[in-house]
Design a protein around this ligand. Sequence first.
Ligand SMILES: NC(=O)c1ccc[n+]([C@@H]2O[C@H](COP(=O)([O-])OP(=O)(O)OC[C@H]3O[C@@H](n4cnc5c(N)ncnc54)[C@H](OP(=O)(O)O)[C@@H]3O)[C@@H](O)[C@H]2O)c1
Length: 269
Amino acid sequence: MKNETVHNLTLPKIGFGTWKIGGESSPNPKTDSVSLSALHSALELGYTHIDTAETYAAGHAEELIGQAVRETRIKRESLFITSKVAPEHLAYDRVIRSCEASLRRLQMDYLDLYLIHWPSAGMKPEGTFWALNQLVKDGKVKHLGVSNFDVKLLRQAQALSATPIITNQVPYSISDRPYVKNGVLEYCQQNNILLTAYSPVNQGNFRATKTLQSIAQAHSATPHQIALAWLVQQPRVITIPMSFNPIHIKENREAADIVLSDEEMKQLN
Ligand SMILES: NC(=O)c1ccc[n+]([C@@H]2O[C@H](COP(=O)([O-])OP(=O)(O)OC[C@H]3O[C@@H](n4cnc5c(N)ncnc54)[C@H](OP(=O)(O)O)[C@@H]3O)[C@@H](O)[C@H]2O)c1
């Protein structure tokens, strides 16, 4: 698995997303067995970066991740767990409480990475970053980042946080590139910040173009794998595709090993 390193932290190019694990906006226990089976597949195939959020299935995704990690007996230190605080919880006390609740649901002592899920119009960023940095001092969080931030908000976050902002998690796929257009990708690449691409296969609504299909054929790969390989061949870009299907989970992880030629990258760009 290829990696990216920023601020002495090395992260795999491809991790596992968990939106819809355990339900959508509320828990759906009927999907527990399919969710646990997807998490087991991911952990057993060697995914180490697991991305979640307090809002995913209203916290139930975190409960199932904790359960799957305990069941597979994988050492906590070999994993990199990201969670996110919701935009309605950005006041100082709420940030602290949200993080503690995520840790309780995961049954873990610390998060590797804690992100502001979305900026909020009413947020007082000084208090939010004070709380996030306090969590780092208390050992409850190792690294900090943001999500869905434009360049202006990203600069403000960097100025307010004593702990480096290691990532901005934003939508990015071969068919949807808003954070290229608004300059965020270039800013991240020039400022030692990872761009974590979410919805990297466009939430399953991804259509393979002829170019994608012919490059996929040349690599004996699927168009989805080429779309992921194209993403992670870009400097400072990592990604977190989600799937319930064990074949897709395996293919997505293996996409990091595909090497596209300069000509293929040019065609896909
Ligand atoms: N920060 C944020 O605001 C934010 C927002 C959205 C998402 N995220 C994070 O990013 C993760 C990924 O994004 P996402 O879940 O929105 O979308 P995604 O990963 O682009 O797409 C997931 C969908 O694509 C299908 N899929 C995945 N791999 C495939 C493959 N190799 N071949 C064919 N189909 C495939 C899956 O279906 P199958 O189950 O059938 O494989 C699933 O329906 C989320 O799970 C979450 O952790 C963050």
